[in-house]
Every structure is written in structure tokens, then in C-alpha cells.
Design a binder for this molecule. Structure first.
Ligand code: UFG
Length: 325
């Protein structure tokens, strides 16, 4: 069974405190915009905490279909929070994004930087954060961690789990991967005249395994009764900037494939350089990314070479659809 942007996956620790041992796994598929269905899930058992990933995430699509984004990401989040409160479940880890910062003037970008998203996707993340801050102000029993993801890439090292965007990939790494397996002819570099080491855009790529560990660290913090967590944001990144050309070179090495490049125009709204300040997560969550670009490309290629058409077949990958996390 695969999850979509509308689904919730519920993992229930029957111990009442999170101690790293999950005793019950429950997989249900529910549209988080359906309050009654969500309520029925929360009525069926007692949940200790929620990790909320059920959001749409394609920047370009959010510009084309803002209401679609506000409906899923905001209305869905409000439903979830209402139902959680009604069932006295007040611990939340929320998937936010570095998109809340927009294009900061300098990096490393820390959690105190101004929040100036410049697309509807980023605004839905900021609004959801503000909603979380407001509910905490209204009821101090809430404990909420907002995780601001930088650029998640890579795949599970088993090669069984990886990203499988529908339609044309929005992001660099899945695009490079599809070129490497022969599904697309070349990668277009969105501008090579930035004031960066090689002229191409610089980002903070983070391995999905490190990202997953960040969520575990956040859960531990929520269940640590010695800390007054309140509602706090944390960046999840490596703190290192990598250019588009560096990513392509690393992927060529990992895959042994040549990735043909075309130099294109800058993509409107793209930041020049964006990487995370990670000190707060290191100090307060006791979490630090372990993997570098070499491991990210190695695991991405392992997934891609074993599953060149993702979870589908050559025909099933032609449809268009929304990307979600
Ligand atoms: N890029 C290319 N060619 C492509 C795709 C991307 O050159 O085909 C470049 C971009 O210009 C950028 C870099 O590769 O310099 C990374 O682009 P991505 O689209 O992979 O990622 P972004 O940094 O633009 O966006 C990511 C997430 C968003 C989130 C944002 C927050 O995908 O959801 O980080 O900063 F909003």
C-alpha cells in the first residue's frame, strides 16, 4: 500500500511514552480533510503523538493551483489539529520547509531569519507554523516541533524505498536520476551565472535517512518531560552548500553514467545560495546529519538502477500528478 498526500500513517506506542520501541503499527488511509474520518481514527485508539507529513509540496504547482494547496495543507492541518485536541493528543511533529525563509540574503540560514516565503507552497507551510504557534499560546499543554526541511534526497539503502514523482520531476535529484536511467535526454541547469563557486545554485542537500533520524530526535524531545519545548522550529539540513554542478558530478561518479547538460535560464524565484544553520538542532535535539553527497548519490542510484520506473511501469509513469510528502 502506498501513501499519498492525503493519507495519514499512524504509529502507536502503547507504552504511553516514546522510548524508541514502537509496539503497535497501524496503517490506515484517510484524507486529512475529512474531519469525520479522522475523528473515527482518533476514537479507535489512543495516540500519543502525530508526525504530520500529509502535505502537497510542488512549488510550481502551488503557483498554478493555490486553492488546492491551501485546501490540503491548511484546511487539512486545521482538521488534524482540531481532532488531536478533541482527543487530548497534543504532541506534534510538523513537516515544514526551508521555503518559509524565501531567499535569505545570506547563509547559513538560522531559525531566527525572517520568514518571507515567496510562493503559495511556502506560505502554506508558514501559515501552518503560525497556526501551531497560536494553538500553543492558547493551550500550553501542546508540545510542537516544526521541522524545516532543506533539500531531502537519496533513498533507503536497501533500494526498495525511494522517491517516485509523478509527471516531470520538479526537483534536481529525481530529474538527474531519470536522465541517468535513460528516461530523459538531459538536465537543464537553471542558470550558471550566479555568484557561487561555479555559477550554479547552491543548496543544502540532506539524506532522507538523516531526515528520518531528525524526526525520531524530535519525538524524543517531545516526550522528554525535563524540557519545556512549547512550539519550536528546527532546521534539518547538513549545514553544507553544494552546487548543481557538484551534484551532477557526484551522481555521474555514483552511477558511472554521463549526464548530458543544457544551460538554461534562471528559474524565477530561485535563491542563489541557501544552506542551513544546524546548531540549534545539534544542541537541542542532539541530532546531526551523518551522510554527505557521496552517500546521497550512491543510495539514490541504487534505488534508481533497481527501479528505473519507480513503483510503476514505463506506461504508468506517463500520467501527471501532484507530488507530496
Ligand atoms: N535545478 C536545476 N535544474 C533542474 C532542477 C533544479 O538547475 O531541473 C537547480 C535549481 O535551480 C536549484 C537546485 O537545482 O538551484 C535545487 O533545485 P530543487 O528544485 O531541487 O530544490 P529547491 O531548492 O528549489 O526547492 C527545495 C524544495 C522545495 C522547498 C525549497 C526550500 O523542493 O519544496 O527547497 O528552499 F520549498
Amino acid at each position: 500500500m502506498s501513501l499519498t498526500h492525503m493519507d495519514i500513517l499512524v504509529i502507536n506506542s502503547s507504552t504511553g511514552t516514546y522510548n524508541g520501541t514502537l509496539k503497535t503499527y497501524l496503517l490506515l488511509q484517510v484524507d486529512i480533510r475529512d474531519e469525520d474520518a479522522l475523528d473515527a481514527v482518533f476514537a479507535s485508539t489512543r495516540f500519543d503523538a502525530v508526525i504530520h507529513f500529509a502535505g502537497l509540496k510542488a512549488v510550481g504547482e502551488s503557483v498554478q493551483k493555490p486553492l488546492f494547496y491551501y485546501d490540503h495543507n491548511i484546511a487539512g492541518t486545521i482538521n488534524l489539529l482540531k481532532v488531536m485536541a478533541a482527543h487530548e493528543c497534543k504532541k506534534l511533529v510538523f513537516s515544514s520547509s526551508a521555503a518559509v525563509y524565501g531567499s535569505p540574503k545570506n547563509s547559513p540560514c538560522t531559525e531566527e531569519f525572517p520568514l518571507l516565503p515567496h510562493n503559495p507552497y511556502g506560505r502554506t507551510k508558514l501559515m501552518a507554523e503560525e497556526i501551531c504557534r497560536d494553538i500553543y499560546r492558547s493551550d500550553s499543554e501542546w508540545r510542537i516541533i516544526l521541522l524545516r526541511y532543506f533539500n531531502p534526497v537519496g533513498a533507503h539503502p536497501s533500494g526498495y524505498l525511494g522517491e517516485d514523482p509523478r509527471g516531470v520531476p520538479n526537483n534536481l535529484m529525481p530529474y538527474v536520476q531519470q536522465v541517468a536511467v535513460g528516461r530523459r535526454p538531459s538536465v537543464t541547469i537553471f542558470g550558471n551565472n550566479y555568484a557561487t563557486k561555479d555559477g550554479t545554485g547552491v543548496r543544502d542537500y540532506i539524506h532522507v535517512l538523516d531526515l528520518a533520524e531528525g524526526h525520531i530526535a524530535a519525538l524524543r524531545k517531545l516526550f522528554d518531560s525535563s524540557s519545556n519545548i512549547g512550539c519550536e522550529p528546527y532546521n534539518l539540513g547538513t549545514g553544507k552548500g553544494t552546487s548543481v554542478l557538484e551534484i551532477v558530478n557526484a551522481f555521474e561518479k555514483a552511477s558511472g553514467k554521463k549526464i548530458p547538460l543544457v544551460i538554461g535560464q534562471r528559474r524565477p524565484g530561485d535563491a542563489e545560495i541557501l544552506f542551513a544553520g544546524t546548531g540549534k538542532a545539534e544542541r537541542e535535539l542532539n541530532w546531526k546529519a551523518k551522510y554527505g553527497i557521496t552517500e546521497m548519490c550512491r543510495d539514490q542510484w541504487n534505488w534508481a538502477s533497481k527501479n528505473p520506473y519507480g513503483y510503476g511501469s514505463p506506461d504508468s509513469t506517463k500520467q501527471n500528478g501532484s507530488n507530496s510528502h
